[in-house]
Design a protein around this ligand. Structure first.
Ligand code: HEC
Length: 188
């Protein structure tokens, strides 16, 4: 081998080492990033499907804790709950106008808490632990088979099973069909 050939080999060997080093640096920078985002994306995708109720695909509407009150309610033992039914603006407008059936886009949310004796005043009852969040969404086409309403019942933010969702419409249908399947009246 001539000395120029040896020199050439050495220089391409050096280039190769530099390239490998660059590759290692790139991999070391990217891998932790890829490792952290991949499961996060999977989790988000999973949440999007499992956070929706079975049968209806209803989700907890964002911001419902700021919605206007339609009426409170109380449930006797064994549930022993305090409830508050709230609605989005479409719901409130329909209630105030006394409009039935409710228009598409109406969302009603029933919040519920265990009844708790006030620690500050014996005869007063205050909300204890939150129990369920129940949602009704009006979409007369999508939910034509259930009076135009989609139902969702959530505990700790997760929807309950399909069997429970099969009971919703039956009870609302049997008792308040004439009020567009809605029990709650606007509190005076
Ligand atoms: C056995 C009867 C019954 C069943 C089953 C039932 N509900 Fe209701 N629902 C009621 C009553 C009664 C009210 C009135 C408020 C109250 O007393 O808590 C109500 C109120 C509601 C409200 C507030 C709007 C309204 O109609 O007043 C929502 C939202 C709701 N229910 C969702 C659901 C969902 C979701 C399911 C199924 C997981 C369900 N309900 C199953 C009886 C029932």
């Amino acid at each position: 081998m001539t000395s120029t050939e040896t020199e050439k080999k050495r220089s391409s060997f050096r280039t190769a080492i530099v390239l490998v080093a660059i590759l290692i640096v790139v991999l070391l920078t990217c891998v932790p990033y890829l490792v952290t985002i991949a499961p996060a994306e999977e989790a988000a995708a999973e949440r999007a499907t499992t956070d929706a109720s079975p049968i209806f695909g209803v989700t907890i509407p964002p911001g419902y804790k700021q919605w206007q009150l339609i009426a409170p309610a109380e449930e006797a033992a064994p549930l022993d709950e305090l409830r508050a039914v709230v609605g989005n603006q479409t719901a409130i407008d329909a209630y105030q106008a006394g409009k039935l059936p409710f228009p598409d886009g109406t969302i009603l949310v029933k919040r519920a808490w265990k009844r708790k004796q006030s620690p500050d005043f014996a005869s007063a009852t205050v909300p204890g632990a939150a129990t369920t969040v129940q949602v009704m969404v009006k979409d007369s086409k999508k939910y034509a088979a259930t009076g135009g309403w989609g139902f969702g019942r959530f505990i700790n933010g997760r929807p309950v099973d399909e069997a429970q969702h099969r009971t919703c419409f039956a009870c609302h249908d049997a008792r308040v069909k004439n009020r567009d399947y809605v029990f709650t009246r606007l509190a005076p």
